[in-house]
Design a protein around this ligand. Structure first.
Ligand SMILES: *Cc1c(COP(=O)(O)O)cnc(C)c1O
Length: 420
């Protein structure tokens, strides 16, 4: 039997050859038995605490990816671990066939945090986005009066909202769509940040505009100032729901609790995930105004694990930490500091440093080559970060990071970005 690909051509295998013995064994298990839908950097993590992880050979690394913002509170935050332990001793899964004593308080606390009316709990981010799409469609038929099966949703070029068949259907990344058709119809894609294009795309059948306040996976792309405000006004004028996907940008990451606050807008529907699980378990949710979330009737949507008491207890603790600590303010001030330090390098190979709070993208000039080898060098220097979109290094450390740790990272980053 052949493996169907030339192993010597697989870059991870080559890098793995330079690894320690234990790490190499783990990489090989992944290569041999795992499906190759990821291309991880060659580090095998065994433990994590706060901003730091330790690999199977005992080397320590500063984590500046934070599992794409799932780790806003760092690895194994003691308060969240405590909340899990306490809940483990009580009850963990009930299904929604019954009430549980964590979910009601979670609903209330999340509604208050977001300023929204109602919450629908799911598990992964993609499920939250799917739920938002279903919400918008049903709202279009039942509230707006769109003819059956005619509802459309406007999304943006460069979007990332997850990996389900419907969500990839409006991705503009060929890797996400090629060979996965037939794709789900009902989406219109326009350039990100282009308000005039949205205005042109809106018709009487438009149910919603689905937008990332900052496009994370696209390479930390910020819309032009006023874009969200303009979208809000357009959606209100044309009776269209504004859905903000805050799965990556929400819960403090950008220096506000939610990124839409930077322009003072109030969306109709918000998707949350990643950090809502406190860095421990998958917890996601859709929160929205009554008119939108109110369309669901019993039996029309749900999830076996969605809203389970363990998830709700974790979500409650994550919300409590955001409300009672200075994490959001830290993201703002340390983000400004970190970006300032990166800009002060005046690196000859950097085209642009951009971001908000602790969501930072460093765009590498094409002539300096791709970002991936730079991330590999940083990995060897004890710093975990990840390239996105070939030319961008994303830095998104846990919000608990200290200024001294940013300085520690900067010493290493300065060498890599020196262009030598
Ligand atoms: C990560 C992400 C998702 C998908 O979340 P999963 O938990 O991986 O399904 C959706 N939207 C945005 C903006 C994301 O960053």
């Amino acid at each position: 039997m052949t493996l169907g690909f030339d192993k010597s051509q697989h870059p991870t295998v080559q890098v793995a050859a330079a690894l320690g013995e234990v790490s190499r064994r783990h990489v090989e298990l992944n290569e041999r038995y795992g499906t190759h839908n990821y291309k991880p950097l060659p580090v095998v993590i065994a433990e994590g605490r706060g901003c730091w992880v330790t690999d199977v050979e005992g080397r320590r690394y500063l984590d500046m990816l934070s599992a794409y913002s799932a780790l806003n509170f760092g690895h194994n935050h003691p308060a969240i671990v405590d909340a899990v332990r306490t809940q483990l001793d009580r009850v963990t899964v009930t299904s929604r066939a019954f009430f549980n004593d964590q979910l009601g308080p979670f609903f209330k606390e999340l509604a208050e945090l977001t300023g929204m009316d109602r919450v629908l709990p799911m598990n992964t981010g993609a499920e939250a986005v799917e739920t938002a799409i279903k919400t918008a469609r049903k709202w279009a038929y039942q509230v707006k009066g769109v003819a059956p099966d005619r509802a459309r949703i406007i999304a943006f070029a460069g979007n990332f909202h997850g990996r389900t068949t419907t969500i990839v259907s409006f991705s503009t990344d060929p890797l996400a769509t090629t060979n996965f058709g037939p794709l789900t119809p009902g989406f219109d894609v326009v350039p990100y940040g282009d308000l005039a294009a949205v205005e042109k795309a809106v018709t009487g059948d438009t149910a919603a505009v689905l937008v990332e306040p900052i496009q994370g996976e696209a390479g930390v792309v910020l819309p032009p100032p006023g874009f969200l405000t303009g979208l809000r006004k357009l959606c209100t004028d044309r009776n269209v729901l504004l859905i903000c996907d805050e799965i990556q940008t929400g819960l403090g990451r950008t220096g506000r609790t939610f990124a839409f606050e930077h322009e003072g807008v109030r969306p109709d529907v918000v998707t949350l995930g990643k950090a809502l699980g406190g860095g421990l378990i998958p917890v996601s949710a859709v929160v929205g105004i009554d008119a939108a979330m109110g369309v669901f009737k019993p039996g029309e949507h749900g999830s076996t694990f969605g809203g389970n008491p363990l998830a709700a207890a974790v979500g409650r603790k994550a919300i409590e930490l955001l409300r009672t600590t200075d994490l959001v303010e830290r993201a703002r001030s340390l983000g400004d500091y970190f970006r300032g330090q990166l800009e002060a390098l005046r690196s000859p190979i950097v085209q642009q440093v951009r971001g908000r709070g602790l969501l930072i993208g460093v765009q590498i000039k094409p002539e300096a080559g791709p970002a991936r080898p730079m991330c590999e060098t940083l990995l060897h220097d004890g710093l975990l970060c990840k390239d996105t979109q070939k030319q961008v290094i994303r830095f998104a450390p846990p919000l608990i990071i200290e200024r001294a740790e940013i300085d520690w990272a900067m010493e290493r980053i300065a060498v890599v970005l020196s262009g030598r």
